[in-house]
Design a protein around this ligand. Sequence first.
Ligand code: IPE
Ligand code: IPE
Ligand code: MG
Length: 230
Amino acid sequence: MNPELHTLPNGQHHVACIMDGNGRWAESRDLPRTAGHTAGEENLASIVRASVQRDIGWLTVFGFSTENWVRPRAEVRHILGLHERLFGRVEELNDNNVRIRWIGRPFDSAESRTPRFVQRAIKKAIADTANNTGLVLTVAFDYGSRFEMMDAVRSARRNGTDIDITSVTQRLHDPDLPPVDVMIRTSGEIRVSNFLLWQAAGSAIYFTETPWPDLSANELDTALSLVGTA
Ligand code: IPE
Ligand code: IPE
Ligand code: MG
């Protein structure tokens, strides 16, 4: 852990998850891929509860990437519905004092692909959990790190601002998102993704064969044990 990058108060950690392997989880059970996405959403709810019980201040999860739109229409439609449902779990979030946020291509940008009904669910969930003071859960939807960095640089240039670390950081989708302490990638993919490339400078990385729907609180602890020793 680089102390200059990692300055979260109270020793709390920022955990980021690339929730990969839903499709393979389903295929290994002879289920349709959509069933894997549904199981993945359920597991996210349990990882959120586990995070609340631990010293995790920020949990950021990759729900749908800017590259995922090319998947079959029925699968995309299913994933959209799951995100509407995820952002609709306001009562549960409030019970756990969780504040939900979102990062992705801004709805008013020419490149945005997020449909209106998902936009509405996102905006409502953010407003309805804004007063919570516990875990900050950020869902990346229609998110791509390269777009985010490019957009930040574009915005600084438009304003005639010098391009430096601070001016770019301030123009990321969520400038308040702290540096990542540990990045988890499930399902045996040992490679980086187009996810939080700026924010993850200096982060530990935990790769596991476990597909996302099976990731347990125990494995979350294993990932957390890497923080500070990376
Ligand atoms: C991750 O699981 C979820 C999304 C990308 C939306 P995948 O759907 O990528 O599952 P695999 O990698 O095909 O098993
Ligand atoms: C990463 O999974 C994106 C999400 C988890 C949303 P993918 O399955 O889309 O990633 P790649 O394309 O294999 O890197
Ligand atoms: Mg995948």
